[in-house]
Ligand binder design. Structure first.
Ligand SMILES: Nc1ncnc2c1ncn2[C@@H]1O[C@H](COP(=O)(O)OP(=O)(O)OP(=O)(O)O)[C@@H](O)[C@H]1O
Ligand SMILES: [Mg+2]
Length: 254
């Protein structure tokens, strides 16, 4: 098991945000966390990346217990945010930005730096010309691909994608999802994939957790969740899906 979360509780002041959350992610697995705005998805991600402490519970990562009550970064868990601008330094060009993980992480093989960056750009369908550009010269989709590459260059064991495609239009979403899928099959990256859109997680994930009001109310494979939802809330989420034939078609090709 790569990650095990047991009875995690998080309060902001008096407000009980995460209520005894438990779930696990296996090596190479993509786990989707879905639920409406404010249910606690990003808070779960923030606790896992050490950005905010939890009050009680256990996080076991690669067999090691992490101290979830203390704020600290866990290098093996990297996060990609909804807004790529938040992870790219606007004052630096893309080459500088992508070389940074090699400077921070002294263990990393610098000889392979150029090669690794070029290989990732190719996988992301980006041309090498992009290296001399600044973030403001890039489209939203290009910026998000650079943000994903940046997270991966630190060799994380788990990548958390928090609404990583929601700022993009439908074809932009589909191309980023394709990139994620390629990374999963070729690099065997494990993901925690957070989205409010069940269609997106259906095509990306091996298992899905449905979150409501700080609790995981149902868990299952995409097939189980789509074809045989058990919880009323899951049924309501399925009914509320916007119908977009074109988007469905693009997702089917992933
Ligand atoms: N720093 C904070 N201080 C106080 N309350 C917070 C803080 N961050 C989040 N919350 C509250 O915690 C709850 C869960 O927020 P969270 O951001 O985890 O939701 P979410 O599921 O990610 O929603 P969305 O889909 O809109 O991103 C909300 O009620 C929110 O107001
Ligand atoms: Mg959120």
């Amino acid at each position: 098991m790569l990650l095990e979360i047991k009875n995690l509780n998080k309060y902001y002041g008096e407000k009980h945000i995460l209520k005894n959350i438990s779930f696990s992610i296996e090596e190479g697995e993509v786990y989707g966390l879905v639920g409406e705005s404010g249910c606690g998805k990003s808070t779960t991600a923030r606790v896992l990346t050490g950005l905010t402490p939890a009050q009680s519970g256990e996080i076991i990562f690669q067999g090691e217990k992490l101290n979830c009550k203390k704020i600290s970064g866990f290098r093996d868990i990297q996060m990609v945010f909804q807004d790529p601008n938040s992870s790219l330094n606007p004052m630096k060009n893309i080459r500088w930005i992508l070389e940074e993980p090699f400077k921070i992480n002294k263990m990393k093989d610098k000889k392979n730096m150029e090669y690794q960056i070029k290989e990732m750009l190719e996988m992301a369908n980006l041309s090498e010309d992009i290296l001399s550009k600044y973030p403001y010269e890039l489209s939203g989709g290009q910026k998000q691909r650079i943000a994903i590459i940046l997270a991966l260059l630190s060799d994380p064991k788990l990548l958390i994608a928090d609404e990583a495609v929601s700022s993009l239009d439908l074809s932009g979403q589909a191309s980023i999802l394709n990139f994620f899928k390629k990374l999963q099959t070729e690099l065997k990256v494990s993901y925690l994939f957070i989205s409010h859109d069940l269609r997106v997680v259906y095509h990306m994930c091996d298992r899905i957790g449905i979150m409501r009001n700080g609790e995981i109310v149902e868990e299952g494979t995409p097939e189980e969740i789509y074809k045989n939802p058990k919880h009323d809330y899951t049924k309501a989420l399925l009914r509320a899906l916007p119908g977009s034939y074109e988007f469905e078609k693009e997702l089917e090709n992933i």
